[in-house]
Every structure is written in structure tokens, then in C-alpha cells.
Design a binder for this molecule. Structure first.
Ligand SMILES: Cc1cc2nc3c(=O)[nH]c(=O)nc-3n(C[C@H](O)[C@H](O)[C@H](O)COP(=O)(O)OP(=O)(O)OC[C@H]3O[C@@H](n4cnc5c(N)ncnc54)[C@H](O)[C@@H]3O)c2cc1C
Length: 584
């Protein structure tokens, strides 16, 4: 019988809650067929569950443990992650107590050799980077899942799996014994050691690095600004790189490579850990009291499954790929996976997308994982040169960077960034594309715009967005052409969630019946940022990537674009369609 650890984890800033096991209907002999089950209540599993619910599917979540994660895990989240959290209603809560930052600095023997400024502008609602510990993030997502009525089955471990073309059957082990559960679709978010991956006999491809890193989270009243600091060749660890990072709640994180001749046990010896923290504080001239909170040892990997959709089972987050933490890739990449997958799977479950759309989940996200692995490998080689040759090269770059600018870009720390799905089979490029001089291109994520930076309540473009496809029409009532209105009518008749948003920059206050929301753009800031004149039209997918755009005067084909993005033949039988279960 599965017996998870029921002792609450200890933390100076976070109260761990033990979530009880609740006997499910299946243990009382009820047979339920669930449309979709998510395995794992880590950040990715919870995000997927929220996003599936937002898109009209009703997931349940299975979690082996009784509490959210402990130990030193993710702490730095990108703007795109915050934008995705905003979509599922969790960004405000994540920002409570968070630290925001935009700069990273690298030092070599006391000299600053590189300063990274993550770009930001007045149009960004969120900072380039937001620091919040992963346990707090998971609690934020859990609270939102509770508000949305999503069932999380705690203390329930997947131990067996069988899947075929019609669905998936799971054997679940709990503190009160085992039971079986059936579902149409399964999303595996069960982390790096995924049991689902093992039960399906799937293996990662790629490489694991030999270097090991120790992460020490410690409490210290150090007043330095938030941001990532990288110290190459500090006197207490000659030849190696050390990262220092400020987390909320008075915690700082020291992250350093463990020398090859030090065993795991030696690396974790309390006296050694303490001496390293003290040595680094001495090095940066901080004579302050401090106390260790958590310690973790990890190895960087660039590993991925060859495909993320395997019949009725879909992989997401660490279950699908393992990426080095340099460049904050783990959660930030997994959240984009989840955002990509959820609307597609919900559309299949609701009957208006062909299951073929799930191939595009692999195609789009695997392209991202490959790019990340390529970039992360470069950052990893800079942090941990894999050979004598690399080390000589790295040290030469560092030495030159003390006095010369030209080598400094080589120290650039590549961070997680949103990918463009320009080459995706779901993206349409209209011939009028060439006439756009600005704005997100087909496949790119939507770009937020502050409506009036000087107004007390500034308002952002994304405030007008909701679940489903968004059709953005720039101009006034006349910009909503009869052809466009007919396309919307046809899509809506097929229960496809399509919202028409009029981005208005005119005195004409008439609003056609087909419009769901109006966003006034008195200063024309949205028009300018999106390269749009009166009559321009954009179609956004439910994950806010551009499916297509037309400049003013070009004939729009909204229904065709949406059908293509859903891999749906226009004639798909109405009999397959079902109403939404829980669109929020
Ligand atoms: C030291 C460190 C620092 C990091 N820093 C960052 C950072 O700054 N930014 C960033 O983006 N990422 C960072 N990461 C990576 C990040 O922590 C992971 O990418 C993230 O936890 C992956 O989330 P997940 O939901 O995919 O998996 P997990 O968080 O591992 O969650 C998987 C869940 O599945 C459950 N589970 C497992 N097996 C079963 C089963 N058989 N049945 C039911 N449930 C099961 C587990 O209990 C767990 O709750 C860091 C990681 C480490 C180790």
C-alpha cells in the first residue's frame, strides 16, 4: 500500500499543509470514465489542469505525495510564464511577496565582465523576471485549482498503465489500497523520474553532463538588489563558477559546481556547506549572520523524449524533457508546453478538433526543446567547461573581458524565451503579410500593449482577451466586414469558442452584434505596436500565438484559418460536437 511521507516539510517562510487522502467514488464500486486525467500536481500538472478547465475540459489530477514540493527548486520565472499564469487567473497571487528583476552580472576575479539586461518596456505588465520559490508557486496554482473546482487526488500513486486507441486504464495505489480508473486522455506531468514514461517503456534522448552542482538556500539579511550574480574563479573555489541569487523571504541561493574529486556525501557534509557559504560572504564583503534553509545536489541534463504524444498519453514538463537550470528552463519551458497542449487537447475532447492536432503539440514544443538544449549546452559549457580545451578558451574570454568589450557577448547568459511557431502546420501566412511593418508575426506570441501609460488605470490589451480563439479587428464598426461576420457565425454554430475584439480608434461608437469586447485605443498605441491600420485583422490561437493576420483591405479567411489551426475539415460532423463543461 502506498504510504507517502506525512511529516510536513520544514521551512522558515512557508507553512506546509498535509493534504488528506479522500476515498474516491471508484473505491465504492462506481465506474467513471474521465475525459482527461493529469498525473502529477507539480507546477506543470497544475498549470495543465487549470488551462484544460479554462478551455472547457474537466480534468482530475492524481498526485502521489501529500504536500507540495520541498527543497531548493525553481525560483526564477520569466515574463511569458507570468502571462500564462495570467490566462489561468493565477498571476496576481504569484506576484504577492515576489521579487522582480531585469539584470544579471558576471564577475571575474573581482571585475565585472558582463552585465545582462533582460529587455523590458512600458508595454510589459510583468517584469522580465519574477522570483518566487516553487513551493509558493505550487500553492498558488492549487488554490486556483480549488477555486475552479478541479479535483486533486492526493496520496495516490500510478503503478500500472494500459492504453490503446480508445483510452487509458490506470491502477492507482493509495493508503487504503488499490483501485482502477479509466480515462480518454492522460497527461503525464509526473516529473523527471516519470513513472508513466517508464510504464510506456519510453527513453530520453540527449546527454547528461558529468558536472554536479550544489544549491544552498540560506537566510541572510543581505540588502543587495535582486538579480543573478555569477562569479568566475572565486578564491574559495578556484577555476569554478558560483552563482548567487536573491529569493524572496530573506533567502539567498548559492549555486556552485562540486569539484570532480569531491564525492556526493562529501559535498553534502554540513561543515563543508557552511564553510562555502561563509567563504562566499567573506569574498563579497558581507559580515552578516546567516542560516542554511535547504541544500540540493543536481546534475545538468539536456534530455528529451523523441515525441511528446504517444497515442492517448501526452507528456509535459520534466516528464517530457530535462533541461539545465542555467537560464531557468525547467518550469518556464514546461508551462509553455502546458499552454500549448491544453487548448488542443480540450478542443479534441470537446469534439471540434481532430486528434491530429496533437502531433502539432510535439512538433511545436520539440522544436522549442531542441533550441533550448542547443542554447543551454552553450551556457553549460561556459559554466562547466567539459574539457581542458574548453576551459582554456573560457578563461581566455574571461581574461579579455576584463578590459575589452568584444568578448563580453560570449558571456551572454541565454534565458528562457517564448518560441515562435512560424513554421508550424497550424500557422497561416497570408500574402498581405509583407505589408506589415510591425506587430507579432504569424506563429509569434501576442505582444501586450499598455493602452495609456500616463493614465492612473493604465489598462492592457490582454485585459480584453478570454478563453478560445481571439479575432482582433482594428478600426471601427465598419472594419467588421460581412465576410468576417459570416465566418464567425459559422464557427460559433459549430460551438468553436471565438471571441471578436474590436480595437477601436475612432469616434464611431457603434458596435456590431458579433463583437464580444471593445478595447478603445485612443492613443493608437495598440495599432502602432501591432502594425495595424483601420481594417487590419489578427487571429490568435487560445494560447495567444498568432494564427494569421491580414493587413487592411486584404480579404480575410478567419474560418479557414481557425479550421486549419484545429486540424479540422470544414465539414467535420456536427454529431461529434459537445458543449463546454466548464468554461471559466
Ligand atoms: C535546484 C533546482 C533549481 C531549479 N531552478 C529553476 C528555475 O529557477 N526556474 C525554472 O523554470 N526551473 C527550475 N528548476 C526546474 C524545476 O524545478 C522543474 O523543471 C519543475 O519542478 C518541473 O515541474 P513538473 O511539474 O514537470 O515536475 P515535478 O515538479 O517534478 O512534479 C511532478 C509531480 O508528479 C508526482 N508524481 C511522480 N510520480 C508519480 C506517480 N507515479 N503517481 C502520481 N504522482 C506522481 C510528484 O510527486 C510531483 O508532485 C530547478 C530545479 C532544481 C532541482
Amino acid at each position: 500500500m502506498h504510504q507517502p511521507d506525512l511529516t510536513p516539510q520544514r521551512s522558515s517562510y512557508f507553512s506546509y499543509q498535509i493534504h488528506p487522502f479522500v476515498s474516491p467514488p471508484e473505491m465504492r464500486g462506481e465506474r467513471n470514465q474521465h475525459p482527461v486525467v493529469v498525473v502529477g500536481a507539480g507546477p506543470n500538472g497544475l498549470l495543465v489542469a487549470l488551462d484544460l478547465a479554462r478551455n472547457g475540459a474537466r480534468p482530475i489530477v492524481i498526485e502521489a505525495e501529500a504536500q507540495v514540493c520541498g527543497g531548493s527548486r525553481a525560483v526564477a520565472f520569466t515574463r511569458r510564464t507570468l502571462e500564462i499564469f495570467e490566462q489561468v487567473g493565477a498571476s496576481d497571487a504569484l506576484l504577492k511577496g515576489a521579487l522582480l528583476w531585469e539584470k544579471g552580472r558576471s564577475f571575474y576575479r573581482g571585475h565585472m565582465v558582463h552585465e545582462l539586461q533582460v529587455p523590458g518596456s512600458v508595454d510589459d505588465r510583468f517584469a522580465p523576471m519574477t522570483n518566487q520559490p516553487q513551493n509558493v508557486m505550487e500553492k498558488v496554482l492549487l488554490d486556483q485549482a480549488e477555486r475552479m473546482g478541479i479535483e486533486v487526488r492526493w496520496q495516490t500513486k500510478v503503478v500500472e498503465l494500459a492504453s490503446d486507441a480508445s483510452g487509458v486504464r490506470l491502477r492507482l495505489d493509495t493508503p487504503e489500497g488499490e483501485y482502477d480508473l479509466s480515462c480518454d486522455w492522460l497527461v503525464a506531468c509526473d516529473g523527471a523520474r516519470s513513472a508513466i514514461r517508464r510504464l510506456q517503456n519510453l527513453r530520453f534522448e540527449g546527454r547528461s553532463y558529468t558536472g554536479r552542482f550544489a544549491i544552498i538556500d540560506f537566510r541572510v539579511p543581505l540588502g543587495a538588489p535582486t538579480g543573478r550574480r555569477c562569479y568566475f574563479d572565486p578564491p574559495w573555489l578556484p577555476g569554478y563558477a558560483v552563482l548567487l541569487h536573491k529569493a524572496p523571504y530573506g533567502i539567498w541561493r548559492l549555486d556552485y559546481q562540486v569539484p570532480d574529486d569531491v564525492s556526493d556525501e562529501e559535498a553534502l557534509e554540513p561543515a563543508r556547506l557552511r564553510s562555502h557559504v561563509q567563504a562566499h560572504l567573506d569574498y563579497i564583503g558581507a559580515d552578516l549572520p546567516w542560516e542554511i534553509e535547504w541544500v540540493t545536489l543536481y546534475k545538468p541534463n539536456t534530455l528529451s523524449l523523441a515525441r511528446y504524444n504517444h497515442g492517448r498519453v501526452l507528456y509535459c514538463g520534466d516528464a517530457a524533457h530535462l533541461l539545465p537550470v542555467f537560464g531557468v528552463r525547467g518550469v518556464n519551458t514546461g508551462v509553455q508546453d502546458g499552454n500549448n497542449l491544453s487548448w488542443k487537447l480540450a478542443s479534441v475532447i470537446r469534439g471540434f478538433a481532430s486528434p491530429a492536432i496533437l502531433d502539432s503539440y510535439t512538433d511545436e514544443r520539440l522544436a522549442d526543446a531542441k533550441q533550448i538544449c542547443f542554447e543551454a549546452a552553450r551556457s553549460t559549457r561556459m559554466m562547466t567547461p567539459p574539457s581542458r580545451g574548453f576551459r582554456i578558451l573560457r578563461d581566455a574570454v574571461l581574461q579579455l573581458s576584463v578590459h575589452h568589450d568584444f568578448t563580453r557577448p560570449l558571456l551572454h547568459w541565454r534565458t528562457s524565451k517564448p518560441i515562435d511557431y512560424a513554421d508550424s502546420a497550424l500557422t497561416t501566412v497570408d500574402p498581405s503579410e509583407a505589408k506589415f511593418e510591425a506587430g507579432p508575426r504569424p506563429g509569434a506570441p501576442a505582444r501586450n500593449v499598455c493602452i495609456n501609460p500616463d493614465a492612473p488605470s493604465r489598462g492592457w490589451l490582454f485585459d480584453a482577451f478570454g478563453p478560445g480563439f481571439q479575432v482582433l479587428v482594428f478600426g471601427d464598426a465598419q472594419s467588421v466586414t460581412p465576410a468576417l461576420a459570416d465566418d464567425l457565425k459559422a464557427l460559433r454554430a459549430d460551438n468553436i469558442p471565438v471571441r471578436l475584439i474590436l480595437i477601436r480608434r475612432s469616434e464611431d461608437t457603434r458596435v456590431p452584434a458579433s463583437v464580444d469586447a471593445v478595447m478603445d485605443d485612443p492613443l493608437g498605441r495598440v495599432h502602432a505596436a501591432w502594425g495595424a491600420t483601420q481594417g487590419a485583422v489578427y487571429v490568435l490561437r487560445p494560447d495567444q500565438h498568432v494564427a494569421a493576420r491580414w493587413c487592411a483591405g486584404a480579404p480575410t479567411r478567419v474560418a479557414q484559418v481557425v479550421n486549419k489551426a484545429l486540424c479540422r475539415a470544414a465539414s467535420q460532423a456536427k454529431a461529434q460536437r459537445q458543449p463546454a463543461e466548464a468554461v471559466v
